[in-house]
Design a protein around this ligand. Structure first.
Ligand SMILES: [Zn+2]
Length: 300
């Protein structure tokens, strides 16, 4: 069972991991805290982008010799494969770490990943610690992996003349793009949300082809490294995505209006797509923002 100090460290690791959103894609955002043998925090770190040091490497480097006999607290199972960087499980072993506390097991490891190898090397390993909290950060990455497409958000404005694509000129939309790898623009182009943030050559982006099947586009974007996609699209462009079940969340911006009004003739009054359910609301200057997600599918 994790100690109170380990739980505190895990929440710190989870919070740190979020600073890797979205630049780590296609890698997951991960945070790590190394506790010295006496339980005090000795080092911390998070993964920034593919090809760079993983969270464990940053935390071990910061902890230095204090890592020996200590505990590594990490939000995702340490990796077991040496790619552009050495395997984290080996770095933890080499640093003399005695215990590893993990929130979420890496579904790609299939039980043969870092945790198994760490146990074989004699380290004490505990997994599943604050997993639900770690999933707040890792959720879109995990969902993306499972669905083989990016976690996708559609943002739109509900104007008197109907639904319109939300614009990056809106402060809140600009803030949304900070959490996305790529943005599908109303002209059909797909561009990195923060140019250069993933490192050169990490993402391969494909624009919207004529008469596209949105499933093909999202699959291609997933293969191109995109794990979080923002649609700034008109309803006609977004409808094939909603029809194919490819939208995971919508943000609908409803401008402040007269408190007593009759909708215009034929005015679109729906705030969410069909079969979406409201999960949140945020007051903004001049708008309310409605957040909605697809209703869970009911088996009949
Ligand atoms: Zn790693």
């Amino acid at each position: 069972m994790a100690t109170a100090a380990e739980a505190t460290a895990m929440r710190r690791a989870i919070a740190l991991s979020a600073a890797g959103i979205p630049s780590t894609s296609p890698n997951p955002p991960v945070g790590c805290v190394v506790l010295a043998q006496d339980g005090s925090a000795a080092g911390e770190g998070y993964h920034v982008r593919k090809g760079g040091p993983h969270a464990e490497a940053h935390a071990l480097a910061a902890a230095g010799r204090l890592a020996r006999g200590g505990t590594a607290v990490v939000s995702l199972e340490p990796c077991n494969h040496a790619g552009r960087t050495p395997a984290c499980r080996q770095a933890l072993i080499d640093a003399g770490i005695a215990r590893v506390v993990i929130a979420v097991l890496d579904p790609t490891s299939r039980g043969e990943g870092g945790a198994a190898r760490l146990r074989q090397a004699g380290l004490d390993v505990e997994a599943g610690v604050l997993a639900a909290e770690a999933r707040v950060v890792l959720g879109p990455w995990l969902d993306s992996l499972e669905r083989q497409r990016p976690a996708t958000t559609w943002a739109y404005v509900i104007g008197p003349a109907g639904i319109d694509a939300a614009s990056e000129a809106m402060d809140d939309v600009r803030a949304l793009t900070l959490g996305c790898d790529a943005v599908l623009h109303p002209d059909g182009s797909v561009r990195e949300a923060q140019p250069g943030s993933h490192g050169a050559g990490t993402l391969t982006l494909t624009g919207l082809p004529p008469a596209p099947d949105p499933r093909d586009l999202t699959r291609m974007l997933y293969q191109g490294g995109v794990r979080r996609l923002l649609l700034l699209a008109h309803p006609a462009a977004a409808e094939p995505f909603t029809a194919a079940g490819l939208i995971d969340r919508v943000y609908a911006y409803l401008p402040d209006r007269d408190p007593s009004r009759s909708p215009g003739n034929g005015e679109q009054t729906a705030v969410t797509p069909p079969r979406f359910t409201i999960t949140g609301v945020k007051r903004l200057e001049g708008y309310v923002r409605i957040e909605a997600v697809p209703m869970p599918e009911i088996c009949s």
